[in-house]
Write a new protein. Sequence first.
Length: 71
Amino acid sequence: MEIGIDSFVMNTGLSSVLSPVDSIQQLLDRIELADTVGLDIFGIGEHHRKDFLDSAPHVILAAAAARTKRI
């Protein structure tokens, strides 16, 4: 069995809108943490709307692969 998380990389914070750079940085930090605690999968959806940053999930996952061992 594999356990993981899915994300939609929305470009909003709880109280204010984050910059796209900060949103992606936080996402990569969360993926790295998920790898550290032993999760097997971190899925990213693909959206083509202004409030989402995941129009090219393969690029985000490639950046994450450079920072993780299993994911």
